[in-house]
Write a protein that binds this ligand. Structure first.
Ligand code: PRP
Ligand code: URA
Length: 212
């Protein structure tokens, strides 16, 4: 598993605003979108391309185009939806599939409650979007889901991760082509499975609280 933690003052600046408990939802949503666009630049470093020959107004030249099948972006509902616009801004021709997962806040076990993905992910490059990698349970389940459908490699973009969760993902995905791109690797998990210092519940901060 490859891990890349962004080392850029703009990422840290935007994450600092995002973490602040006084940042309201509209600003939080705008910041999440901006952060994803910055992280997506790194996450797509190995996006598959094919050579193309084009004519400029001056001469013929060689260039690159995204290879087919096109990359598949998979936001994990609900909080991952807040990252989708930022990702498709950078890769507007990517296709989008959806996975709905929720973590049981008592057991911390994730369950899948919705899915809308192409049936066959054979040789697809998948980009998973989820702002928080806490225990890692949700991301491990999402990665399993995509590889079971035939995905060739999975890159996850997460705004914040806990070391415990990152280690769990590494153990669970051994031998698979997995890359994790992070805005920050935080200190630890607390006793409720929240990332410390983190930003709280990402879904609630994006969209308001839902009754369970
Ligand atoms: C959050 C977050 C991740 C998960 C991370 O989603 O968006 O999917 O928790 O926790 P884990 O690493 O311990 O599995 P949540 O289950 O709160 O659902 P939501 O997006 O609907 O708020
Ligand atoms: N999910 C969140 O939204 N935040 C955390 O800190 C952990 C899981």
């Amino acid at each position: 598993m490859r891990v890349h933690v962004a080392d850029h003052p703009l990422v840290t600046h935007k994450l600092t605003l995002l973490r602040d408990r006084s940042t309201p939802s509209p600003t939080f949503r705008a910041l999440a979108e901006e952060l994803v666009t910055l992280l997506a630049y790194e996450a797509t470093r190995s996006v598959r391309t094919e050579p193309v020959r084009i004519d400029t107004p001056v001469a013929s030249t060689d260039g690159l185009a995204l290879a087919t099948p096109l990359p598949l972006v998979v936001p994990i509902l609900r909080a991952g939806l807040g990252m989708l616009e930022g990702m498709v801004k950078l890769v507007p021709t990517a296709e989008v599939g959806f996975l709905g997962m929720v973590r049981n806040e008592e057991t911390l076990e994730p369950t899948v409650y919705a899915e809308r993905l192409p049936n066959d992910l054979e040789s697809r490059q998948c980009f998973v979007l989820d702002p928080m990698l806490a225990t890692g349970g949700s991301l491990i389940a999402a990665i399993d889901y995509l590889f079971d459908r035939g995905a060739r490699d999975v890159t996850a973009i997460c705004l914040i991760a806990a070391p415990e969760g990152l280690a769990a993902v590494e153990r669970a995905t051994e031998g698979r082509d997995v890359t994790i791109v992070l805005g920050s690797l935080d200190a630890r998990l607390d006793e409720r499975g929240y990332i410390v210092p983190g930003l709280g519940d990402a879904g609630d901060r994006l969209y308001g609280t839902v009754a369970s």
